[in-house]
Write a protein that binds this ligand. Structure first.
Ligand code: FPP
Length: 250
């Protein structure tokens, strides 16, 4: 466990820069993704060591489907390899694997691997690893709105009863608390359609380091930066959580 005064409960990461890392070395882009998978491993371990309970990784966006077929195939292969090689660590450390996104878009062998490991780890409570796959924040909100509309149509929900909690309850993983810290590597200052609803009050940390170079020392810097942040959630004094606001979202 860390001796920092404040550790985020939930860290979300936009893992960017694999392609640039490879280009800088005259290597194929897939080599960058392979090194990126090593960073995934390192960061999962680092989260465990400092006591971060939830780690959400943006591994493949809905927009990533336009990439060259070869790259997509390579990324899917890496995912399957990750599941095969890392499953035992999830069991050893009692970490639950979850997936958010349009899982049905993924190739069947990837879907089967994910389904097997998410089921096998479903009862674990020492930590959660959430993979965002074929994920888009807008797609997630559209999914939530469709589900809410169905409840209204069926007479289970009155339109006037819809508030922020209703929307939160229809997201892909409604029980997971909002991220406390969002890390983006490779220096780009954008959200890229990631967790749009959930990051309303999340602290942002952007580093120029490319994802394949983001290992324990870089993660430690992000933890250190977070420990000095003052979070007020709209209040005038520091708070740990969003205040309970009456009639939120009405
Ligand atoms: C962004 O870099 C990264 C991705 C689109 C894929 C992330 C995948 C991994 C880190 C490896 C596999 C994942 C797991 C969970 C095992 P980019 O390719 O957009 O980089 P660029 O902007 O420099 O081109």
């Amino acid at each position: 466990m860390s001796d920092l005064p404040k550790i985020p409960r939930h860290v979300a990461i936009i893992m960017d820069g694999n392609g640039r890392w490879a280009n800088q070395r005259g290597l194929p882009r897939l080599r960058g993704h392979e090194e990126g998978a090593e960073s995934v491993r390192a960061v999962i371990r680092a989260c465990r060591e400092v006591g971060v309970h939830y780690l959400t990784l943006y591994a493949f966006s809905v927009e990533n489907w336009v990439r060259p077929r070869m790259e997509i195939r390579g990324l899917m292969r890496l995912l399957r390899k990750f599941l095969q090689e890392r499953e035992h660590e999830l069991h050893e450390n009692r970490v639950r694997l979850r997936v958010i996104g349009r899982v049905h878009d993924l190739p069947l062998p990837v879907q089967h691997g994910l389904s097997r490991v998410t089921k096998a780890t479903a009862s674990y409570d020492s930590g959660q690893l959430i993979l965002a796959l074929s994920y888009g924040g807008r797609a997630e909100l559209a999914h939530a709105v469709r589900a809410i509309a169905r409840d209204v149509e069926a007479g289970r929900l009155a339109p006037d009863a819809i508030d922020e909690r209703t929307i939160g309850a229809h997201l892909y993983a409604p029980d997971i608390p909002d991220p406390d810290l969002l890390i983006r590597t490779s220096g780009e200052m954008r959200l890229s359609n990631f967790l749009l609803w959930q990051i309303a009050y999340t602290e942002l940390y952007v580093t120029n380091v490319l994802w394949p170079d983001f290992r324990e020392p870089e993660f430690a810097k992000a933890m250190e930066a977070y420990s000095h942040r003052h979070r007020r959630f709209g209040d005038t004094k520091d708070r740990d959580t969003i205040p309970e606001v009456k009639h939120a979202g009405r």
